[in-house]
Design a protein around this ligand. Structure first.
Ligand SMILES: [Zn+2]
Length: 676
């Protein structure tokens, strides 16, 4: 059945007050820099005043209205956790209150954590010291993997890309302490300095753990040497964008041939996984390097490497000197943070990371309204319809491929706010007096909870993000788009805001996630989530050439420090943004049909309000070091280019602001990109 479009304000009447009875707020005109011409620099126009008046707080490396909303959410979570911690002794055993209250309470007990010092991780360190043979080494690796200390590979469940109804095992790469494999090889001065600082950081942590300076310096060299070899056998972040490059399903015998010195049968047994399942090896070359190191690296060096992996994972949960050194390298040096976040915030983040669905359930009970969910679901429906209509009008695609695209669109599964089924944490033992042990308990649960999926039919009710998260995602094998409650806040979404604000804010996020189903990666999966071509050769060629237009557009963008955006790395996200803004705009236009036109606000037409909301919802400020790391590792462009990249290509934007050919925000017709 053909679905109907609904205007949000009209639909809103059905739930409580009619929109006409309650004034809805519009865009933030005070954030606009009216001295900037929107056709010359739309990013500065939409955000200039906000940026001038909102410096980045010392604990943050990026700041925006969305980040501020995310930090405010942590204050709500703090309220929930402090209340739970204060009453946990009287809460029923195994209740959510006791679980999250004791976890948070143990995390907040800094005095006790400081008194324990490095002894907190004695169990793991002694385990590593007990290694006397390659067989021991493998046993210890499996024990550490049970605690989610995954090195040098990660073992997890994944949907079979050739039969998405089935869950198989997956071995991916892990075990590098720097943010990306390229950090080990780039030869500019900054990269060389970063490696030097990293070696010093590793040595400092070893000293804190009890080594003398000479031994710590030697250990740091071992770590750097082993990690560099593993990094050298790893695919680049651009190569990793191709799902076929990560597709190597194997049976136990094949994996055993790939790494003869690692006993996979024993490993599967240790992780309680049936060894007859299919194992996908993401990067066989990396596993060959693992095999080489099993043969050629001494047990003493392996012990050093694994000790480092434990220290690296545990440092934020250990005593103050470890926490400070971890901050000094990972936050301060690599990203430019000025101050560490207050303890309560770090403990909120830790609870969210390790017991996320217990805390997230409490969060949505407290904050998320059925009204918000209904309004979002309506927007999602309208934007899916906008893509449906858009596909029918594409001039570059054959009817044959259009039918397949529409078939895929019809199986999209949108999820809004929170999952319908929550995780059961009743097997997790949390105590109030040993924080690191609680972290390990929660991580063990996460590993068990994931491993038990292997070999079973896929469970479509599981989520990959916690509900307070200010983010959204698309999962190609489930063909689902997910919007946690944490992103459904201003500036992205507000039940009390006009359609222009919401369609310009969360609208492009919805359109973006939908477009991921049709970006350079998503387009390789069909309507059932199978990795399978559904394009005619001519259409796919045209799709690729349209993608190349986006690659070229973004590769030409530069950021401070002489860096360029990497068009190939940001291609998927940029196709998502280009499609996202266009689809949200089409749905916004459609929602106004047959109704009185929305009023102008401070001289801005509804169309201008839509685009200003887009610019303001994405606008941010970022520290130069964080920006460097972002550009080198993140598949998203920096905010400035996320905002102006799509609008430069859209005639709808140029019409809304009466921009002219030759203006900076108007790409020449022959360079204009359009995919969806
Ligand atoms: Zn995305």
């Amino acid at each position: 059945m053909r679905l109907q479009y609904f205007g949000l304000a009209a639909m809103f009447c059905a739930f409580s007050l009619c929109a006409q009875d309650r004034p809805l707020h519009g865009i933030d005109v005070n954030d606009i820099d009216r001295n900037t011409n929107p056709c010359q620099d739309f990013y500065e126009f939409a955000n200039g005043n906000w940026r001038a008046n909102n410096p980045i707080p010392p604990t943050m490396v990026m700041w925006s209205k969305r980040w501020a909303a995310g930090e405010s959410t942590k204050e709500v979570l703090r309220g929930i956790l402090e209340d739970a911690a204060a009453h946990s002794s009287t809460a029923p055993p195994k209740s959510t209150e006791r679980l999250i209250g004791d976890y948070y309470g143990a995390c907040m007990n800094e005095k006790q954590i400081d008194a324990q010092g490095v002894e907190a991780i004695n169990r793991e360190l002694e385990l590593i010291q007990s290694i006397g043979s390659v067989a021991d080494l493998q046993r210890v690796m499996a024990r550490l993997h049970e605690e989610a200390i995954f090195a040098p590979f990660v073992f997890r469940s994944t949907q079979d890309p050739h039969n998405p109804q089935r869950v198989i095992a997956d071995a991916g790469t892990r075990g590098l302490g720097l943010p990306d494999r390229d950090y080990y090889f780039k030869d500019d001065d900054k990269s060389k300095e970063t490696r030097q600082k990293y070696v010093e950081h590793v040595a400092t942590i070893f000293v804190l753990a009890g080594s003398d300076k000479v031994a710590a310096a030697a250990a740091a060299q071992v770590v750097m040497r082993m990690e560099t070899s593993l990094a050298g056998a790893s695919l680049t972040n651009v190569e990793l964008r191709d799902p076929y490059a990560r597709d190597h399903p194997m049976k136990l015998d094949d994996v055993q041939k790939l790494t003869p010195d690692f006993n996979w049968g024993e490993y599967f047994k240790a992780l309680h996984v049936d060894p007859r399942v299919v194992l996908n090896v993401d990067q066989p070359k990396f596993m060959q390097e693992f095999q080489r190191q099993l043969q050629q690296t001494s047990l003493a060096d392996w012990k050093t490497y694994l000790t480092w992996q434990v220290l690296l994972t545990a440092a934020p949960a250990l005593s103050t000197p470890f926490v400070q050194e971890d901050f000094a390298f990972n936050q301060q040096y690599l990203q430019g943070a000025k101050e560490i976040k207050p303890r309560w915030k770090r403990c909120v983040e830790s609870t969210d990371a390790n017991l996320g669905e217990a805390l997230g359930k409490k969060y949505v009970e407290k904050t998320f309204s059925p009204e918000a969910k209904a309004r979002m679901q309506e927007m999602v429906k309208n934007i899916l319809l906008a893509l449906h209509d858009d596909i029918l009008t594409l001039t570059w695609m054959s009817d044959e491929t259009k039918q397949k695209a529409l078939e895929k669109l019809s199986t999209f599964n949108p999820q809004v706010g929170y999952p319908d089924k929550w995780k059961d944490y009743s097997s997790v033992e949390i105590t109030r007096d040993f924080y690191w042990n609680d972290v390990v308990e929660a991580q063990r649960f996460a590993v068990r909870d994931d491993a038990q999926l292997i070999g079973k039919p896929v469970d479509r009710l599981r989520w990959g993000m916690t509900t307070p998260t200010s983010n959204a995602y698309y999962n190609a094998k489930l063909n689902e788009i997910v919007f946690p409650a944490g992103i459904l806040l201003p500036p992205m979404f507000d039940v009390n805001a006009t359609d222009a604000v919401n369609y310009g804010g969360i609208g492009p996020v919805i359109g973006h996630e939908i477009s991921h189903g049709f970006d350079d990666q998503g387009a390789k999966y069909d309507a059932t989530g199978e990795l399978k071509n559904w394009w005619t050769p001519a259409d796919y060629k045209e799709f690729q050439s349209r993608g190349q237009c986006v690659v070229d557009q973004f590769s030409a963008y530069t950021v401070d420090g002489g860096l360029h955006e990497n068009g190939k790395l940001v291609l998927g996200e940029s196709i998502g943004d280009l499609g996202g803004v266009k689809l949200a705009y089409l749905a916004f236009q459609k929602s106004m049909e047959g109704k009185p036109r929305l009023p102008d606000q401070d001289g801005f037409t509804p169309e201008q309000q839509f685009f200003i909301s887009w610019g303001q919802s994405r606008g941010d400020e970022i520290r130069p070091d964080a920006q460097r790391r972002f550009v080198l590792t993140n598949p998203h462009p920096v905010s400035k280019y996320r905002v102006i990249g799509p609008v430069c290509n859209l005639p709808e934007f140029q019409k809304a602001f009466s921009c002219k050919a030759g203006d900076a925000m108007v790409r020449p017709v022959e360079l204009r990109c359009s995919v969806w």
